[in-house]
Design a protein around this ligand. Structure first.
Ligand SMILES: [Zn+2]
Length: 391
């Protein structure tokens, strides 16, 4: 278990150094390691360093190859590059994914991003083009239900469009038909204890990418009937009740292996969903559970990978989300600490073979693209959102 992550030896909290307090002696300064020095920097100075580090990556192939989702994240105002520069580079790279219909991995995401980019560029003709393309998407009958490749992923693209283009861009009736299918399938698969369950490749997953956390997150963003709301809440309560004694969550129903602390599987993705539940339902139990999952991420979330799907960059967003929800500056410190760890050590550790650079090393979800995005996003922590998961 231990070899999946670095032990977190960073202090639980270091107050920022004020400008006046920077008057430390040369000896004091030399006695601190580079990571500790970063952790005590004032936020505005640190975030500018992170931004510079992200922009350094821009000069490499990262920015050409990795940013399928950066338009979606509307990162371009932060870096001064037009949305279309990103978008045109990326569309060419996702052709192989076009048969899919989801936000993160398919044509729905391309059309949704294209529409939003066109809106920001003031190009009405192109906006209409992408919306027309989106509305032609038909869901295959054998489509699964999860976020990455399934119906929830299509609905997430609808939510994205309605948020960024206008409320009724995708009609309530269009979304309702898909919600009905998701609820019906979840009730058919349930086991008597958990109100909704879904099977994908023979397993009943719990995590964000393929399981309950991702599907519940999407449902919470939509209009539901009272009995559907109860099923969503009941499903989340079931998960909370059945987490591991360590506080982490199983990757799938009945799985006893407590080893994954990723966005895709385990506490981080579930923490983000529970934070959303706390926001939507105003229920203290969800907030408490989200914070407890956050503790797991702090203790076991310094993964030996850099990206957002199963890397440190993604896990950092748990703290940003909890900071937004609670206003507690200790969460902001924790986000800063994970980002500092990446900034200080990731490239060196990868080059030494002590950290994995990702199967797709330049990508947003698995590689340095995700780290660069985090460094830009953390400039405004109250606006930061996990890419493609927190809309
Ligand atoms: Zn993953």
């Amino acid at each position: 278990m231990g070899d999946r992550y670095f032990p977190n030896e960073m202090p639980d909290y270091i107050p920022e150094t004020t400008t006046a307090a920077v008057e430390e002696t040369v000896t004091e300064r030399n006695n601190k390691d580079s990571l500790t020095k970063l952790l005590s920097l004032p936020y505005n100075i640190l975030s500018q360093r992170l931004k510079a580090s992200a922009l350094d990556l821009k000069d490499t192939r990262f920015w050409v190859l990795s940013l399928f989702l950066s338009v979606l994240l509307l990162a371009y105002p932060k870096v001064g590059v037009t949305a279309f520069e990103y978008f045109n580079a990326e569309v060419a790279l996702v052709v192989w994914e076009l048969r899919r219909v989801t936000f993160i991995c398919g044509w729905a995401g391309v059309c949704a991003l294209g529409a939003v980019a066109a809106k920001h560029a003031g190009d009405g003709r192109l906006l209409d083009h992408y919306l027309a393309q989106f509305k032609e998407i038909r869901l295959p009958s054998d489509l699964p239900y999860e976020l990455l490749y399934g119906r929830a992923g299509f609905l997430w693209a609808c939510s994205f469009l309605n948020k960024h283009i206008g409320k009724e861009t995708i009609s309530a009736s269009c979304k309702r038909a898909v919600v009905d299918e998701i609820i019906k399938a979840g009730r058919l698969t349930r086991n008597g204890k958990c109100p909704l369950l879904y099977e994908w490749h023979g397993k009943r997953y719990w995590g964000a990418a393929h399981g309950l956390a991702g599907i519940m997150l999407v449902l919470m963003d939509l209009e539901l009937t009272p009995d559907e709301v109860e099923d969503v809440k009941g499903t989340l309560h079931y998960m909370i009740k059945n987490h591991f004694p360590s506080g982490n969550y199983p990757s799938s129903e009945g799985n006893k292996l407590d080893c994954l602390v990723h966005w895709c599987h385990g506490a981080p993705g579930i923490a983000l969903t529970l934070a959303k539940a706390a926001e939507v339902f105003g229920d203290k139990e969800f907030l408490q559970a989200a914070m407890e999952a956050g503790e797991v991420v702090w203790n076991r979330g310094l993964l030996k990978r850099v990206g957002i799907c199963h890397g440190i960059s993604g896990n950092t967003y748990v703290f940003l989300s909890l900071y937004r929800l609670t206003g507690n500056v200790e969460y902001l410190y924790r986000a800063k600490a994970f980002a500092c760890f990446l900034h200080d050590r990731a490239q060196k550790l990868v080059s030494e073979g002590k950290m994995h650079g990702g199967d797709r090393p330049y990508s947003l979800f698995e590689g340095f693209g995700g780290m660069a995005y985090l460094f830009l996003d953390i400039l405004e922590p109250s606006e930061a959102r996990f890419p493609a998961y927190e809309l």
